[in-house]
Design a protein around this ligand. Sequence first.
Ligand SMILES: [Zn+2]
Ligand SMILES: [Zn+2]
Length: 438
Amino acid sequence: MPAIPSLTSADVPWRCPECHSALVTEHDGEPWCDRCEWNLDAAPASNAPSRVDRSLRRLDHKAGYDLSTTLFRTLAGKKAQPATVSLSEIALVGMTALILALLIGMTAVGLHLVITASLLGKALGLLLVAVAVVLRPRLGTARKVLSDADTITEAQAPALFAVVREVAAKVGAPMPHTIATTSRWEASTLVVGLRRRRILLLGLPFWTVLRPQERVAVLAHELGHFVNGDGSRRLALQPAVTVFGTIADLIDPRQVLAEVRDRVNGNVRPSAALLAGLVLLPVVNTVRGALLLLHMGTHALAARSSQRAEYYADDLAAQAGGSTAVVGLLDVLLLTSRLKTRIGTRARQKAGVIGWRETVENTRAEYATSAGQLRQLSIREDASIFAAHPQPGLRVRMIQAAPHREPAVVLTEVQAAAVDAELAKYEERYRREIAEHW
Ligand SMILES: [Zn+2]
Ligand SMILES: [Zn+2]
């Protein structure tokens, strides 16, 4: 089953208007030219429920595509630099300060009303405090992040800690305070809580199916975020990039609509309050649309610096793990949905890590010839100003545009097997979870 069936000229009555090559497509998506990339920017079909959501999605795709391809052109082939503070970030931090001041003000006025005002005033005061609480900035907590993870100590996993320490030293990153594993397809770092604890999460099914050098690359990328101070940057921008979306969700009228529909279907008379809600619907929808546009605007402002930070982390990954390993890692990411489905099947057949790895290697071999097209397709399909990372296809190109790097940290098969052995005790429990959910 090839990933991207090339359309023969019989299937498509036209060729690329730019370079006259045959067009390609996947399933029934918009065709594009894999030679000159004509029409690669076409928006994927959206199944969003409402017209407003569909137009916002189209706008997001266009803005995300333009932003990521422009940023790529700005950075490709230049020496990788950590993201510096930009004008848009200063604007967002200013907005964060304003939001915090507003929330503190709302809380103060709310509490004052609760204590001194009449009954109606007290209710209004409570509402103000409640809204401020919902919109408060979140620092995250280690407990929450680790709630469905298994924390690993150095005594339990000396080989794993040795690799992490070596990679951290190579990229100039501090060690994480906590290393934990999960049953998820992930590798991530977070900085949480008032004490800003650094956490490294390595999802067992993701980590173990990577080739040893790719594991070095993924560690270097993740630890690279500690070098960048990306945690503090995210924290400073968070209120500005989340507040409008949260308010838009709070006033989402779909709840009102669903209730009216239920009552009409059940021949129950809708209450006066519901009917009033219905009358206000156009107003609420307009306000919600405006809030969502603001939400997108703040994300567009933040996306550039977060994508720059990802490219920088990728460059650190290439320095430590080598360029080939980073490209391999990104090609695995491109196959995520296919790999998860197949690993799920293997897990249901009672296969553990060895079986998952075999499936992943087979799948990689199967798609090796369509890698170029899969990378191109990701530039179209993953284009969004909400995406934390640039599209894998652009990340591959950024690595290829830089000078080729040989690995500075080598993880041998023996070392990799020692780490596997340390993590083996989670394998069967995770296998059952994967068998159920993937
Ligand atoms: Zn073409
Ligand atoms: Zn990253």
